[in-house]
Design a protein around this ligand. Structure first.
Ligand code: PMP
Length: 423
């Protein structure tokens, strides 16, 4: 690829491609936005780097203020990082600091979902339910207990999504009991799954149920909104869809940086930060925390999300795209499911729609569909994780700036791709 603008990429030979995935579900604002490029250039001329232990920068303050305003009244503090894995790790270490300072130093175990994806660094990876990563690196990562994610499609035969979510809640409670509640530090989950199972949301009661269990056992509830944040699902945070979810800490990245510069964040409430500050502080710092350049980009991105009405657009364009995907699915023998919220959508690829049988594992089918899509001028994000245990799907997650004619163009190219694949 040679250049990119809006929802499009252009290759060296001049061909145009629709970015139907926003990279890895990151470029929420689209490519090459002039306001963001201008903000980065202006900041670079002022000051590119200010050592965070010596100074606060105007850009860092502007970014934090804008992020807190968008996130709503639950959070009063932002800790800026350079990406999603770091944001998750910051939440893990901050949770531990808070527990120790409260006098609960036995709390050291994490519980998370299987499947899930929380990042590539050791701590974040330990939460991730991915067989290949766990097999290789599990021995050198901190242990984390996994409970079944409340999936809506790949669930045991005979169960409804509601049954499965209830089972998932029971497993969470049982895991905490098994580890000994006084030893459990935090439960970490994505409110709507991203790359581990493709845009799967739980029934409403699940979010309230998780909060109740965590509160009952004094377990800190961490939402990984690295992928769902910054308007992607039709709300600034996906947790805004479920007011009773009340996470204690939130990790953010992808959408708040939109791919312009490396940027992530932890959101934390005053009550937790004040206790930690009063009792010795949070011994966690990195050279590239709060860099003015990334923060200037972040502040401009948050401004653009608001000024361009992108959260509402994610909802209306998401509805249109979902309707088109359902139409395509009705006529396609290989689409088993269409799911997601806002512009976080996915379609499940199957060999048999009735039995949900997967495509043969010896052909990497999602990747093959991705290749055909490229030939149709469409960049998809095909996924198969855990050796195919949780199915094959395509993320359909275009930038939030997409408009109706572009949605229809995307859907038409996708339909052509699937027809060519099934022929
Ligand atoms: N959490 C989630 C939910 C993610 O989707 C990702 C990235 N795919 C991460 C964490 C890790 O973010 P990064 O790749 O920026 O380290």
């Amino acid at each position: 690829m040679e250049r990119a603008e809006g929802i499009y990429y252009w290759s060296q030979d001049g061909r145009r491609y629709i970015d139907a995935a926003s990279g890895p579900v990151a470029v929420n604002l689209g490519h090459g936005n002039p306001a963001i490029l201008k903000a980065i250039e202006e900041q670079a001329r002022k000051v590119s780097f200010a050592f965070p232990l010596s100074f606060r920068s105007e850009a860092g303050i502007a970014f934090s203020d804008a992020l807190l305003a968008a996130a709503g009244p639950r959070f009063q503090h932002v800790f800026v990082t350079s990406g999603g894995s770091e944001a998750v790790e910051t939440c893990m270490k901050f949770a531990r600091t808070y527990a120790v300072r409260k006098g609960e130093s036995a709390r050291r175990f994490f519980v998370s979902h299987d499947p899930s994806y929380h990042g590539a660094t050791l701590g974040a990876m330990s939460l991730t339910g991915d067989c290949a990563m766990q097999e290789l690196f599990g021995a050198i990562a901190p242990p984390a207990m996994k409970v079944p994610a409340p999936l809506s499609y790949r669930i045991p035969e005979g169960q409804t999504a509601e049954d499965h979510a209830r089972h998932s809640l029971e497993r969470l409670r049982a895991s905490i009991e098994e580890l000994g509640p006084e030893n459990v530090l935090a439960f970490v989950m994505e409110p709507i799954s991203g790359l581990s199972s493709g845009a799967s949301a739980a029934p409403d009661f699940y979010y309230k149920g998780v909060r109740e269990i965590c509160s009952a056992y004094g377990v800190i509830l961490i939402y990984d909104e690295v992928l769902t944040g910054a308007g992607r699902t039709g709300a600034f945070l996906a947790s805004h869809h479920w007011p009773q979810s009340k996470p204690d800490l939130i990790a953010l990245s992808k959408g708040i940086s939109s791919g312009y510069l490396p940027l992530g964040a932890m959101l934390a409430p005053a009550e937790m930060v004040d206790l930690v500050a009063r009792s010795g502080g949070f011994p966690h710092a990195q050279t590239y925390t709060n860099t003015p350049l990334a923060c200037a980009a972040g502040a401009a991105i948050l401004r653009a999300i608001e000024e361009e009405g992108l959260i509402a657009n994610a909802e209306t364009m998401g509805d249109l795209l979902r309707r088109r995907l359902l139409e395509i699915a009705r006529n396609s023998p290989i689409i088993g499911d269409v799911r997601g919220r806002g512009l976080l959508l996915a379609i499940e690829i199957v060999a048999d729609k009735r039995t949900k049988r997967m495509l043969p594992l010896n052909v990497n089918s999602p990747a093959r569909i991705g290749q055909i899509a490229m030939e149709q001028g469409l960049v998809l994000y095909p996924r198969r994780t855990n050796g195919g245990k949780f199915g094959d799907w395509l993320m359909i997650t275009p930038p939030l700036i997409i408009h109706a004619s572009q949605v229809l163009d995307l859907a038409e190219r996708l339909e052509r791709t699937l027809n060519l694949y099934s022929d």
